[in-house]
Design a protein around this ligand. Structure first.
Ligand code: NAP
Length: 306
């Protein structure tokens, strides 16, 4: 029996695990892939305090992981399939076992959203990617398209100029959702070209990606833009596939919490990107993880805030 099971080992889950295991709670952290979540595949994180030169996402997350291990958190590398939350002892079903816990912190994060156009599925791994850090080096000296106008699209677009001959950022409107610093850096980069007011209708190619067909939303004209790679950064969706109705979420599946990060179910908390939150960054995930852990400690000692 665990005092707390944390679902997800991204920055929120690892921080929660550092706090709860350091606080003497028997802590299990269930993770499907490698620890670190999306942050671990970020080449450089510049806005996490304490690193004036920026820090590699994998290195930062590895340090979080080591710190959780040092306080005795137990990692279970399996997928959570479902859970039963109605009793004080919660049950979490993974692929091979049932974990029992007196409390749960859901910190399963989010994943890249699909663009949903013809060709996307077929060309996955054949030129379509959602991770510049993982796949950028395959496109040395080639043209690549980046879809989206948020921080991820602009920052990863700049990163891809290390390899690509040209990076074409295709965005559906004139203004950007990204921060001004990310926009400025992309605009100042001579290898970046913008195609604004354009939506991608199809990803084209035979065996591998050869380009995209775009439609200009202002005049409805269509044309083809040649590119060997298509990097899709059109936002994220919560990793909520194991939540089947017990926990209240918004229409996209992000979990509602109160100010103490408690969900609608007693003893169940949510932290980080999976939560209905206005900001999804490593720094906010860390804050969430710390608060959720502190609230779990209070809940288990019979003095919950809510
Ligand atoms: P995001 O901020 O939600 O931006 C998604 C972008 O994709 C928007 O520009 C959106 O266009 C566009 N888009 C959405 N659906 C589309 C579609 N079907 N077709 C074409 N374009 C579409 O997502 P994100 O950039 O992945 O970032 C996710 C979160 O992580 C954000 O909170 C972001 O600030 C954070 N983040 C932060 C950093 C950093 O601080 N360094 C780095 C990366 C990510 P519209 O603008 O027209 O809606």
């Amino acid at each position: 029996m665990f005092d707390v099971v944390i679902i997800g080992a991204g920055p929120a889950g690892l921080t929660a695990g550092i706090y709860t295991s350091r606080g003497g709670l028997k802590t299990g952290i269930v993770e499907l892939a490698m620890p670190g979540g999306q942050a671990a595949s970020t080449e450089k994180i510049e806005n996490y305090p304490g690193f004036p030169e920026g820090v590699n996402g994998y290195e930062l997350m590895n340090a979080f992981h080591q710190q959780a291990l040092s306080f005795g958190a137990e990692f279970i590398f399996e997928e959570v399939q479902t859970f039963d939350l109605k009793d004080p002892v919660k049950k979490i079903q993974t692929e091979s076992r049932v974990l029992e816990a007196r409390s749960i912190i859901i910190a399963a994060g989010s994943k890249p959203r699909l663009l949903g156009v013809p060709g996307e599925e077929f060309f996955k791994g054949r030129g379509v990617s959602y991770c510049a850090t993982c796949d950028g080096a395959f496109f040395k000296g080639k043209k690549v398209a980046v879809i989206g106008g948020g921080d991820a699209a602009l920052e990863e677009g700049v990163y891809l100029t290390r390899f690509a001959e040209e990076v074409i950022i295709i965005h559906r409107r004139e203004g950007f959702r990204a921060s001004q610093i990310a926009v400025n850096r992309a605009k100042e980069n001579p290898k970046i070209r913008f195609e604004l007011n354009c939506v991608v209708e199809e990803i084209l190619g035979s065996d591998y990606v050869e380009g995209v067909r775009v439609r200009n939303v202002l005049d409805s004209t269509k044309r083809e833009i040649p590119a060997a790679g298509v990097f899709i950064y059109v936002g994220t969706d919560p990793n909520a596939q194991f939540i089947h109705g017990e926990i209240k979420t918004d229409e996209r599946g992000y979990i509602y919490t109160n100010q103490y990060l408690q969900t609608n179910i007693e003893g169940v908390y949510a932290a980080g990107d999976i939560r209905d939150t206005p900001l999804r960054q490593v720094a906010t995930a860390v804050g969430d993880g710390a608060l959720a852990a502190a609230e779990v400690e209070k809940y288990l000692s019979g003095t919950p805030n809510s």
